[in-house]
Design a protein around this ligand. Sequence first.
Ligand code: ATP
Length: 434
Amino acid sequence: MSLSTPLKGRWKLLNKIGQGGFGEIFCVYDLETQHKAAVKMERIDRNKRALRLEIDVLRKIQESRFSATFISCGRNQVYNYLIMELLGPNLSSLRKKQPQKIFSLSTTLKLGVQMISAIEDVHEVGYLHRDIKASNFALRMSRKMRSENGYSPGYCCIIDFGLARKYITSEGEHRPPREEVGFRGTARYASINSHDGKELSRRDDLWSLFYLFIEFLKGSLPWESLKEKEAIAKMKKQYTNIGMCKDLPKEFVTFYQHIESLEYEDRPNYKYLRKLLTDMYHRYSFDENTKYDWEIMKENSSSEKSNIKNQKILDSAPALTGTTNDLSRSKKRSLIGGFPKEFQKNEIEKMNGMVFPKNTIERSQNNQTKNSNQKNNIIEEINQNGIVDPQDLLDPESEINEFEKMMKMINGEEKSDTSSSVDIDDNRHCCIIL
Ligand SMILES: Nc1ncnc2c1ncn2[C@@H]1O[C@H](COP(=O)(O)OP(=O)(O)OP(=O)(O)O)[C@@H](O)[C@H]1O
């Protein structure tokens, strides 16, 4: 079996677009439909298995407008895989690309309404998500989609059900809490219940969402710099929620007060929470024309680019090398096309507030001739859009080669599989489900 062999004879692996604790996500090309899709791959030899559960949940929430479309799943000698709709950037990377690393109130509210609906849809099919965080929401890029309240195109979809748990019994009852539960989730966004080893319920997903809102609006959480979950828990308990809402509209206090009022089995009033956000949206005179921060950033970048072009600043750009501090971020981006290659690379890294994967840069350097067109496209994209995703620098061919190296160890044929089941022993991922 080789990785140049398309999965199920149909999906050809292109570049890597995501990496998490549970799996790697690649962009694939569907030879049948000629569209791109995403594949999440989980090594079969991993101790912890989460993909089977993820597939189950994803298939159950297919009616939700806030989930990626399930396409197929299967397994080969090395991986279990899930093929799904290719979404756009996740909310964590979008926020980090904003000049102050914050979202405006309007963007937070627009996203918030959708995130509540997405969480509600997961709960409605009987599951808790248990890992609500910004990187587990990604934008659907299709321009055809419009939300019912007329907000801009691009739904915010919930992803990654690797830590989900069924909270409803087969009789439709709420499962009783277990005495003691191990920590689940991501420490920064976990509810205090989770730190305290308590059984989680629907309210806890909303606690994580509340923390996310604070992070969106303020750029960080008070425990941002802490690594140990015990220290994070201590700080969470020290901070009053009302203190965290300081300088924020009063509805955020009402928001957490509602969550605080919920008992273990209570169904959150999702509609009420959405209404709090939409009321705030209108109170601040935002409307259907109010754009997302990244749309504004893109527009600013484009217009600055054309201004700069008009003034022929690019011609004198080399003289500005190393003295760009007094320029705005987007102006820096626009100027970048005029600088020598090394400067471009370093400045792009700094200005985007991100570090490109080292091997990507090295690869890029080693294959300069081969990749020069690709690089030019990226510089061009920065000039056009003001945003570039580090993943865009990945060379699809190299990614496939890397994979192929790994796969050389493996002999034998890829097993064909029906899309309805992945043959994974349930017991092997019980540590995650329980
Ligand atoms: N369908 C998709 N389309 C586009 N990008 C995706 C898709 N699914 C996942 N990603 C990207 O890959 C990243 C990691 O995916 P995911 O969270 O599912 O993996 P994980 O291994 O469970 O991660 P973690 O350990 O953080 O929980 C996401 O943050 C997102 O940016």
